[in-house]
Design a protein around this ligand. Structure first.
Ligand code: NAP
Length: 496
């Protein structure tokens, strides 16, 4: 990181102009009726700025100009190589503005700057570059038919891709959508979460600077039920890609059915099991990682290890170790590079998390760390919480809290661990810690989840898909597989 002191970041904050308009047709614009909503920082409750609240009319204009940009061929018909070079240039500009981007993320959703800089922006910049480099390496197919007849199976862009994203990783999760859709030749209309539009608005400005033609990437701001719904029901949107809660994901399927039956790709919630056996190759590492898996990003992770399944023989050791890990976290101002545990993203979300802790306290489960009261400091802070004695059917083990609350469940054998792990409406992440190769293989086959980590957690790469199953969604992002939802195949037969 270039800036290593809190004072450096506070100075950058003073020197930075926050985006204040939507990014449409390569420029900053207001809502037509001038409507705006305040953006409040979870860091201290300060109103950072006001941003346009796009009406259905504003959304229709943004989509129709994205459609016009697509039809013009200015992006959809240039060579893949040219598209790739623009993405690579965009990644370079984001790298040059990495401090500013990290600042915006920390201000809008409370992520510690060190995490925004080292993790979120690393992934964002790397993934945009990766898709840029992939651009001219994708080939179509030309199988032969009867006689000399030749078939061409070509992948074509779908048109306008709408993307709706959440606040917990405002840049990374938008980047799971944007470069893949763009490199395939589509135009994109992105609606970020109301809580966190600043970083993607700035990123869109930089995309224009990098040479992305006007209208190819539009970022609209406003509430989910108005702006998001208008986007999801727009008949000019060819495909909708979403990351967010399961409830909203289901609603989007209705919107699709009520409009043009567009495909809807969903990355939804999770309640990921993290299973520790006594023969974990490095128990200290397993314990530290279990603590990290619920504390990272203040537990606001779709893949958070929120169900910790521990073999009874090591139960007490793990509980003590995770408690020590969480107690040692440095809670603080997200702009302080020393901070590793920041606030929750909004007051409402903080209150929801505390309400879930309060409900847990009223069950047979035992709260061994944490409280149902907020921390006594400015901003939307809570203490990490640990419940032991949780049963597989308890709300604590079933409901996604999306905060730093871990439920610990004891088990006696493999079958019981798998039964507990799979007893969930979700199927996103999962992890198992064991030295026994055959047990690791068996369990990873039997876990009903899109991602399985053996003796690690949250491992990933640009080249591998990320996504879930069941109520966690479908159609993973990243990798070459992530491109498929943004293209459609055409078969052309040529009698030669
Ligand atoms: P959310 O409430 O579902 O919001 C996600 C996005 O949908 C926001 O942009 C939101 O806009 C918009 N939205 C809300 N209602 C809408 C509607 N009726 N029509 C269209 N759009 C609408 O989720 P969140 O609270 O931001 O994020 C937390 C959830 O995301 C958790 O469940 C988490 O597990 C999930 N998530 C999943 C993944 C994954 O990859 N599987 C990754 C990260 C997060 P507003 O902000 O204006 O409400």
């Amino acid at each position: 990181m270039n800036l290593t002191q809190l004072d450096d970041w506070l100075k950058l904050r003073d020197d930075t102009n926050l985006p204040s308009g939507m990014w449409i047709d390569g420029r900053s614009v207001s809502a037509e009726d001038g409507a705006t909503s305040p953006l409040v920082s979870p860091r201290d409750g300060e109103v950072l700025t006001r941003l346009p609240a796009a009406s259905a009319g504003d959304v229709a204009r943004a989509v129709s100009s994205a459609r016009a940009a697509f039809d013009s061929g200015i992006w959809s018909r240039v060579s893949p190589r040219e598209r790739g070079l623009v993405l690579i240039r965009w990644a370079e500009l984001l790298e040059e503005h990495r401090d500013e981007m990290a600042l915006l993320i920390a201000l809008e959703m409370g992520k510690p700057v060190s995490v925004a800089w080292n993790v979120e922006l690393k992934t964002t910049i790397g993934l945009i570059r990766w898709y840029g480099e992939l651009a001219d390496k994708l080939m179509d197919e030309s199988p032969r038919g009867k006689g000399d007849a030749l078939a061409l199976v070509t992948r074509e862009p779908v048109g306008v891709v709408a993307a709706i994203t959440p606040w917990n990783f405002p840049m990374t999760l938008s980047t799971f959508k944007m470069p893949a859709a763009l490199v395939a030749g589509n135009t994109v209309v992105l609606k970020p979460a109301s809580q966190s539009p600043l970083s993607v608005l700035r990123a869109a400005q930089l995309a224009t600077e990098a040479g992305l033609p006007d209208g190819v990437l539009q970022v609209i701001t406003g509430s989910g039920p108005v702006t998001g719904a208008a986007l999801a029901t727009d008949n000019n949107v060819a495909t909708l890609t979403f990351t967010g809660s399961t409830d909203v994901g289901k609603q989007l399927l209705h919107y699709s059915a009520e409009s043009n039956a567009k495909p809807v790709w969903l990355e939804l919630g999770g309640k990921s099991p993290n299973i520790i056996f006594p023969d974990a190759p490095d128990m200290a590492e397993a314990i530290k990682t279990a603590g990290w898996a619920i504390a990272f990003n203040s537990g606001q992770m779709c893949t958070a290890g929120s169900r910790l399944l521990v073999h009874r023989d090591v139960h007490d050791e793990v509980v003590t170790g995770v408690t020590d890990y969480l107690r040692a976290l440095k809670v603080g101002d997200p702009l302080d590079p020393e901070t590793d545990f920041g606030p929750l993203a909004s007051r409402r979300h903080r209150d929801d998390v505390l309400a879930e802790i309060s409900k847990g306290v009223q069950t047979q489960a035992k709260l061994v760390l944490g409280s149902d009261q907020p921390l006594d400091r400015a901003g939307w802070f809570v203490e990490p919480a640990i419940f032991t004695g949780v049963k597989a059917d308890d709300r604590l083990a079933q409901h996604e809290i999306f905060g730093p609350v871990v439920s610990i469940l004891a088990f006696d054998d493999e079958d019981e661990a798998i039964a507990i792990a799979n007893n969930s409406a979700y199927g996103l992440g999962s992890a198992v810690w064991t030295s026994n190769l055959s047990r690791a293989t068996q369990i990873s086959r039997r876990l009903d989840a899109g991602l399985v980590w053996v003796n690690c957690f949250e491992e990933g790469d640009y080249s591998v898909p990320f996504g879930g199953r069941k109520l966690s969604g479908h159609g993973g992002d990243k990798s070459v597989h992530g491109l498929e939802k943004f293209t459609t195949t055409k078969t052309t037969w040529m009698a030669v």
